[in-house]
Design a protein around this ligand. Structure first.
Ligand code: CAA
Length: 240
């Protein structure tokens, strides 16, 4: 059944693949983005998927943006919390600002989006909330105390909320990607990236579409008995 889906950070990287895959699965998709107008325009031109600009770190902006999406497309039944940033630094060099930016976007952003959509999902007694965590939230990563904390927080958040949503047919799940071939991973110094790939048993980076397929499944009506779970898609790099 086609529903309205909202994908944060949905015009680039993993988010873009998720937006497209949800559309191909028959859903009406809205993709949000934080700053890159040109990429968003290009994405809409190529896919026909509407894009909306706001910061997920801003609670009131989320409320206003969601009102606009629902006025345009109808009630949102599927939320994909995908927007995320890195500010990598060894802890002794990490600034309070680098900590705050990552927590505000990757963890508080998930609260801001979900909290604004929760009342409508409860009323309609239906919802699919899927949050994109990371292998680095599961295993920790050198130079990512901020990012690993935020992504581990996303898992705890989802496990708690799964218990609250269950009685209203709202499922809350996580997909934890490993290293995927996106701008974020390509920004890692090449030498470091090669060392990372050497630790991935399948011997390559993942493709965004490999994450998108997990999301489409969790977003489907058929996945109603799965809640509070984490699907790891990391090429065997880490088992949890
Ligand atoms: N384990 C142990 N030591 C490590 C290490 C590791 N994984 N990585 C680096 N080090 C060491 C270095 O060898 C170096 O040691 P020495 O000082 O003895 O030579 C030290 O730590 C780093 O010092 P630098 O002064 O070079 O550090 P820097 O301030 O320049 O920072 C960095 C460099 C930010 C750590 C850079 O190496 C980096 O970006 N690393 C990759 C981090 C990473 O994997 N990020 C994931 C991004 S992708 C993502 O997040 C998506 C996802 O969800 C998977």
């Amino acid at each position: 059944m086609g529903r309205v889906a909202l994908v944060t950070g949905g015009s680039r990287g993993i988010g873009a693949a998720i937006s497209v895959a949800l559309k191909e699965a028959g859903h009406t998709v809205a993709a949000t983005y934080g700053g890159n107008d040109e990429a968003a325009r290009k994405f809409t031109d190529e896919t026909g998927i509407k894009t909306y600009k706001w910061s997920v770190a801003d609670y009131d902006a989320c409320a206003e943006g969601i009102r606009q999406v629902e006025a345009d497309l109808g009630p949102v039944d599927i939320l994909v919390n995908n927007a995320g940033i890195t500010r990598d630094a060894p802890f002794h060099k990490m600034t309070p600002q680098q900590w705050k930016e990552v927590i505000d976007t990757n963890l508080t952003g998930v609260f801001n989006m979900t909290h604004n959509l929760w009342p409508g999902m409860r009323e309609r007694k239906y919802g699919r909330i899927i949050t994109i965590s990371s292998v680095n939230g599961q295993k920790g990563q050198f130079a990512q105390a901020n990012y690993s904390a935020s992504k581990a927080g996303d898992i705890g958040f989802s496990r708690a909320l799964a218990q609250e949503g269950a009685r209203n047919n709202i499922t809350v799940n996580v997909v934890a990607p490993g290293y995927i071939a996106t701008d974020m991973v390509m920004a890692v110094p090449e030498k470091v990236r090669e060392q990372i790939i050497a630790q991935i048993p399948v011997g390559r980076l993942g493709q965004p579409e490999e994450i998108a397929r997990c999301v489409v499944f969790l977003a489907s009506d058929d996945a109603g008995f799965i809640t509070g779970s984490t699907i790891s898609a990391n090429g065997g790099q880490f088992f949890s």
